[in-house]
Structures are given as C-alpha cells and as structure tokens.
Design a protein around this ligand. Sequence first.
Ligand code: CO8
Length: 258
Amino acid sequence: ITEYETILATVEGRVATITLNRPKALNAISNQLTQEVIDAAVRYDRDEDIGAIIITGSEKAFAAGADIKEMATLSFAEAYTADIFGIWERFTALRTPIISAVAGHALGGGCELAMMADIILAADNAKFGQPEIKLGIIPGMGGSQRLTRAIGKSKAMEMVLTGRTMGAEEAERAGLVARVVPVADLQREAAELAATIAGMSKPIAMLAKEAVNAAFESSLAEGVLLERRLNYACFATEDQSEGMAAFVEKRPATFTHC
Ligand code: CO8
C-alpha cells in the first residue's frame, strides 16, 4: 500500500506497522491522517496473513494531539453533525491485536489514540497527557474514559483538569503502559512483541482480545460467563488441537489460524 501521504504502512511477516508521518506537525491527527490510519488498519484487520498491528510515530512524537490548526475555527454544528471523532469507533472495533509503540509526545488525541490500542509499549522518553483543557476544550477521542479506567479517577482527574503530562515511568507505575524500553530499542521491542502475538493462532488471539475487552464493558459475572463461552469455543479450532498436541509431543506448535 503506497498511496498514503500522512502515514507509512509496511508489512513484515505477519506484522503490519502503521507509522504516523507528519513530522513537521509532530504527527498531529488531521482529518486526512485519521482517514488514512483507519483505512490501513481496517485493511490489515481483514487480512488473514496479518496477526498483529503496530501503530507508532517518531522518536520525538507519537502524536501531539488532534490537529489544532484544523480545529481552531470549527463550530459546534460542524463538529456535531460530522461527528468528527466518531469515526474512531471503526478503529476500536478492530479485532486484530494492536500495539501502540509510543516515543515522545502522546498528547490529547495522541494519548487517546495510544489508549485505543490493546497494549502500550512506551519508550523512556514518552510523555502522556490530556492537555485539552489548556485549549478550552475537553478530550474528545475517549481520553476521559480510557485514561480513567487505566489509571483511576484521582490521577486521571488531575491530568484532565490541569493538563499536566506524565512520563513513561509514572505511566508504567500507574498501569497505563505495559512496559518501558530505551527509546533506541522501541521499534525492535515492538516488532518482537507483535511477532510473538502474530505467531499465535489469529482466531484464538481475537477471542482473547474480545474476552479482555469485555472486562471494560460488562459486570464481573457477565464477563466471566463470556470468557467461559469463548474458552469453550477454542475447542472448535484446529489450532487448539495443534497447540495441545505440540505440548504433549514436546515440539513447538505450528498454528494454521483456523
Ligand atoms: N496540532 C497542530 N499542529 C501541531 C500540534 C497539534 N496538536 N502540535 C504541534 N504542532 C505543530 C506546531 O504548531 C509546530 O508547527 P509550526 O512549526 O508550523 O509552528 C510544529 O508542530 C512543532 O511544534 P512545536 O514548535 O510546538 O514543538 P515543541 O517541541 O516546541 O513543543 C509540544 C512540542 C509541547 C508537543 C507542543 O507542540 C504542543 O504543546 N502541542 C500541542 C499539544 C496539545 O495541546 N495537544 C492536544 C490537542 S487537542 C486534542 O487532541 C483533542 C481531541 C479531541 C477534541 C474534541 C474537539 C471537538
């Protein structure tokens, strides 16, 4: 795929990488970038040869937010009728595991995009924040909800009400990110993590993602019941037979993703 102007979209083995690529604007999320990220991500999600997707930026910025220059003259009627950020629901509906590899600024919509992924891997120079309040707005791509679920009310309130940023170590302590790695190693670590996940059975990884995500949308009893049903469904796959046979025969499993 080569027609994109604001992202790079590349594939290596079973891993697809979407790199935000507006360096002069610190990868600010413009309408075009939004369309392109979602287009690429939806294509990869549908591709049975892709087992994991990485979304990343540069060493300086994952994304410094929604594009303030595009938003500056927006009216309520325009924002509401076009539902400018509603389109991101297509991204959160994706079923392939998605890793955000975050270095530098992940602010506003950038932090929110990182949180829409399933796992955040942070470089040691990563900075997360929801500074919208300083611009006279509030988060609009899920930040008030996903940040609060990730790090709890008090810390999320402090960040959303003051706009202060949080460094990578604090983000790891608070549970926002899975792991912190040196910035020079970020892409390699993300590629290894993605390749590990992509080496699993895709349908089983999708079931696992669905089960974990249910923890955010349901009561404990409903979530546990869903997990049990999804677990039973695993036994309808060839990959379950292969995975368990491989264990018994003391050899690595070769999944066929069916
Ligand atoms: N939008 C547009 N352009 C941006 C953005 C942005 N979010 N961030 C940076 N840029 C541009 C700058 O304007 C600058 O361009 P130029 O050279 O043409 O002036 C270029 O990127 C480089 O930026 P800086 O010179 O500012 O770089 P620094 O290294 O000095 O500073 C910062 C880096 C601290 C990241 C700084 O750029 C900054 O504070 N950026 C804005 C961060 C921010 O406020 N983000 C939140 C945006 S709002 C949002 O995401 C809300 C989404 C939901 C809204 C719902 C509304 C309906």
